[in-house]
Design a protein around this ligand. Structure first.
Ligand SMILES: [Zn+2]
Ligand SMILES: [Zn+2]
Length: 279
């Protein structure tokens, strides 16, 4: 099927629409404030798998992590159901290589809808697929955790995203569906839209103090939604910086940096690369 010249990816589109429809039914299962707080905490926790794991560790190699931490980050990113590590990294490295051009998988110049969710729903352009295949992922192939995730996908994501929360609520609240709909489908919606906001809103709205010739911008609202990933003008200027922001955690909302620093304190992460020595 084609819409506005774009070929629709039927599997991904069905998956996205199903999640949105099922998430509507999840509201019937919200019984008190603690359910909402649990939902928000799980959304934030899962998001750390994307920001600290898929993005800052595996895509940019901005710091190193020991095997138990990499395994933990793999479990967290799996709970977000955003493809396997290999594919996520290839897409993101192409995004940085060709930011805001026609080879960018979520090119902001095609409009905010395309950059946010449209690119997920359509079949990827041949030229972008070719560029993805040229991306060097030898580092991932040498990482047993990334290889394991690639081998287990999509079963690990399905289990972590939908089945584990369902087992949790079945055990503690005698309801399989509550976990599936609320902490599975609705949480997937929250994490996914937050992640997509980086590609859409943080490539359109905000200040550009570090490089004015690029579209990525400093957006505090996106940072709030994405555990600190909205300082995007800095990030596209210095993508190797593990903090993904110019200042430390007291001046820039950045729970992901706090997590990496805490893990670093216990020796679980090391070689934190930084543009300048701020904390
Ligand atoms: Zn970007
Ligand atoms: Zn990046």
């Amino acid at each position: 099927m084609e819409v506005c010249g774009y070929k629709i990816d039927n599997i991904k589109t069905s998956f996205v629409i199903s999640n949105h429809i099922l998430a509507l039914f999840s509201f019937n299962y919200i019984e008190n404030y603690s359910d909402i707080i649990t939902l928000i905490l799980l959304y934030q926790l899962s998001s750390l798998g994307i920001t600290a794991g898929l993005h800052r560790l595996w895509s940019h190699r901005s710091y190193k992590a020991k095997l138990p931490t990499r395994f933990l980050l793999m479990l967290l990113e799996s709970s977000c159901f955003q493809t396997d590590i290999f594919n996520w990294v290839k897409t993101h490295r192409v995004h940085h290589k060709f930011s805001d051009t026609e080879k960018d998988p979520h090119n902001i110049n095609y409009g905010i809808f395309f950059a946010h969710i449209g690119w997920v729903l359509v079949k990827r352009d041949e030229t972008i697929l070719e560029e993805q295949e040229k991306i060097d992922i030898l580092d991932l192939k040498n990482d047993p955790i990334a290889v394991l995730d690639n081998y287990l996908w999509p079963y690990d994501d399905f289990f972590m995203c939908y089945i584990l929360p369902s087992i949790y609520t079945l055990y503690y609240e005698n309801s399989f569906m509550k976990g599936f709909l609320l902490y599975g489908c609705l949480k997937w919606i929250l994490v996914s839209h937050a992640t997509w906001c980086v590609n859409s809103f943080a490539h359109m709205y905000g200040d550009r103090p570090f490089r004015k010739d690029i579209q990525s911008a400093e957006n505090k609202w996106v940072s709030l939604l994405t555990v600190g990933e909205g300082w995007h003008n800095w990030h596209h200027t210095y993508p190797y910086d593990y903090a993904c922001s110019d200042e430390g955690i007291f001046l820039r909302w950045n729970p992901t940096k706090l997590l990496i620093d805490t893990l670093g304190f216990f020796g679980q992460t090391y070689d934190h690369k930084r543009k300048k020595n701020t904390n």
